[in-house]
Design a binder for this molecule. Structure first.
Ligand SMILES: *Cc1c(COP(=O)(O)O)cnc(C)c1O
Length: 360
């Protein structure tokens, strides 16, 4: 078996032991005679899986029973639409912080539903930044404030969360569970699983129950958060196998020491890589402003697009794969999520030095 150093931005690397455990249980789940994909979602095999996954999520977030952890489908992109459908009524305004491509998509969907105020816009800044508190122009009495904690494409991350009085909603797809934060400051948190907590096919939505209760009733029942909560998160058949993998990932997070331990490991990995970029005499050039550099997605350029292509190709041949930047911005992107090993960062740094010496 040869597992590469996988820098994919998503779907991304999963902890090897999680994959191994899923594999060991694939044909016969704990002696049941079938896999966890092949049984009733209301049966005695799957029920404990979803319940433990829900409980582990809330525990990792330090949240109590006033919140509910839902496993929905449609990706984070579905949340871009489902959120305003539930919470942006006639006569209301929602504040959106535009930090880049993902926030921009959320804004586009919300505008189809109701009135949107872009409270700050850093999406075109070069080097890439996130808005500061002083830059936010919030609407008094806003229905909610929507933010994106980590912009996966630009490689930017909020280091300090905004202070707002309206309910705060966050797309945390690409940095959820990478660091301890005060999750109780948020009324709704969502994340496509495929960056940091599992495979594609499931979206985590953690929502305050009283907020869900107040959601719009004049739309299809399946689109209402409260419908899913009322049915224990199983209004319809949930994505059972992805949820099982999310459960294994939450156990793995606990095992490695929880969010504080992961934050330290993540910060160390990112700092090493940024130090290598900054120490290259300008050969490698980070695309995010230093104060907002993401610990998850490290984005940089080389002196030319030809060199970037050569860099990614040669790295790939040495087992460092999926380093190409997003097609919309180009460059190089090293995604180093929770499950990405520190040894892979070291290998990339050695390769960067070697490449510069040969092509500088
Ligand atoms: C990947 C990503 C999305 C899109 O997720 P889908 O599950 O593909 O809809 C949204 N927001 C952020 C921040 C992302 O990184």
């Amino acid at each position: 078996m040869a597992r590469c150093f996988n820098f994919s931005a998503g779907p991304a690397v999963l902890p090897e032991e999680v994959l191994a455990e899923a594999q060991a249980n694939l044909l016969d789940y704990k002696g049941a005679g079938f896999s966890i994909m092949e049984c009733s979602h209301r049966g005695k095999e799957f029920q404990p899986v979803i319940e433990e996954a829900q409980a582990n999520i809330l525990k990792l977030m330090g949240l109590g029973s006033d919140y509910f952890a839902l496993f929905l489908t449609g990706g984070a992109s579905m949340q871009f639409a489902q959120i305003p459908m539930n919470f942006l009524g006639a006569g209301q305004t929602a504040d959106y912080i535009n930090t880049g491509a993902w926030a921009g998509k959320a804004i586009k969907e919300a505008k189809l539903v109701g009135s949107v105020n872009v409270a700050a816009d850093s999406s075109k800044n070069k080097p890439a930044t996130m808005p500061t508190q002083a830059e936010l122009k919030l609407t008094p009495g806003a229905a909610y404030v929507h933010m994106t904690t980590n912009e996966t494409i630009d490689g930017t991350q909020f280091k300090v969360m905004p202070q707002v009085s309206a309910p705060l909603f966050a797309d945390m797809s690409s940095d959820i569970f990478s660091r301890p934060i005060d999750f109780s400051k948020f009324a709704l948190i969502y994340a496509g699983a495929q960056k940091n907590i599992g495979p594609a096919g499931v979206t985590l939505v953690v929502i305050r129950k009283d907020l869900a209760e107040r959601g719009n009733d004049k739309m299809p029942v399946i689109m209402r958060y409260k419908t899913h909560i009322a049915d224990g998160g199983m209004y319809n058949t949930p994505p059972c196998f992805p949820i099982y993998l999310v459960l294994l990932v939450t156990r793995w997070i606990e095992k490695v020491g929880g969010l504080a331990a992961l934050a330290k490991i993540n910060a160390d990995k990112a700092a090493k890589l940024y130090t290598a970029i900054d120490g290259s005499g300008g050969y490698y050039c980070g695309t995010a402003a230093k104060d907002f550099r993401s610990d998850m997605n490290v984005t940089f350029r080389l002196p030319s697009e030809e060199l970037e292509e050569k860099f990614c190709k040669e790295a790939s041949s040495k087992g460092m794969k999926q380093l190409k930047g997003h097609r919309s911005v180009g460059g190089v992107r090293a995604s180093i999520y929770n499950a990405f090993p520190a040894a892979g960062v070291d290998a990339l740094i050695s390769f960067m030095r070697e490449f510069q010496t040969k092509n500088g």
